[in-house]
Design a binder for this molecule. Structure first.
Ligand code: PGA
Length: 249
């Protein structure tokens, strides 16, 4: 497995001044791959301040060009230097009507433009309590597989983000996260894809104090970090934990 990957998801936060201060205190570390996914208007400025980190966006249009007012294409993101784009974040699914089919189309658009989609999957609290976590995640992944094929999924990153853990301060326990990650790894292998090639990130209330045990789990290949990525100190501490976890393997 490649190095661990830690991705900051700034969500709808930032300003030129605040981003400058944040990025000024962040930068690539040896032994871990790092990226920041920033709001569209700040991509170009952030591209100048990456200090060795990779650049990503938080969503992408499923369309390439034309009469789609307000949309941003994968080709435009690639043009601005993006390497990654988050697709299917639970906030987009819940608040902006993105269903499994749209998420699949967006992942396909990203791959066509040479971007690596970070495909977010995860169950709600009700679904977890009903014992349906893996069933929901499998359904979400199947929709992406249908759109991008085995080759496309192999080139993607998958982020397991249980909806009940996002922004709540209640991260999944290491065992809860590992169990679903192992299930995702198995599911990918069942599709005939070399599952050790697909990086599986955990997201949902990752903080400096829980990063180390999460990253020590055998099927957790990194993290997708929301709130804590807005603090340079916290984000860098989480990235250091990922680099250290890699060393100890
Ligand atoms: P959180 O968000 O770290 O603030 O829980 C994670 C995400 O939504 O990607």
């Amino acid at each position: 497995m490649a190095k661990k990957l830690v991705v900051g998801n700034w969500k709808l936060n930032g300003s030129l001044a605040a981003n400058g201060a944040l990025l000024g205190a962040c930068g690539a570390l040896a032994g871990v791959d790092m990226a920041v996914c920033v709001p569209f208007p700040y991509l170009a400025d952030t591209a100048l301040r990456l200090n060795g980190m990779a650049l990503g966006a938080q969503s992408v249009s499923e369309f390439q060009s034309g009469a789609y007012t307000g949309e941003v294409s994968a080709e435009m993101l690639a043009d601005l230097g993006c390497q990654f784009v988050i697709v299917g974040h639970s906030e987009r699914r819940a608040l902006f009507g993105e269903d499994d089919a749209i998420v699949g189309s967006k992942a396909a658009a990203a791959l066509r433009a040479g971007l690596t989609p970070i495909i977010c999957v995860g169950e709600s609290l009700g679904e977890r309590e009903a014992g349906q976590a893996m069933e929901v995640v499998g359904r979400q992944l199947a929709a992406v597989l249908k759109a991008v094929g085995a080759q496309g999924l192999k080139q993607s990153v998958v982020a397991y983000e249980p909806v009940w853990a996002i922004g709540t301060g209640r991260a999944a326990s290491t065992d809860e996260a590992q169990e679903v990650h192992a299930g995702i790894r198995r599911w990918i292998a069942e599709q005939g894809i070399p599952s050790d090639k697909v990086r599986l990130l955990y997201g949902g209330s990752v903080k400096p104090d829980n990063a180390q045990p999460l990253f020590a789990m055998p099927d957790i290949d990194g993290g997708l970090i929301g709130g804590a990525s807005l603090s340079a100190q916290d984000f860098m501490a989480i990235c250091r934990a990922a680099a250290d976890a890699d060393k100890s393997h």
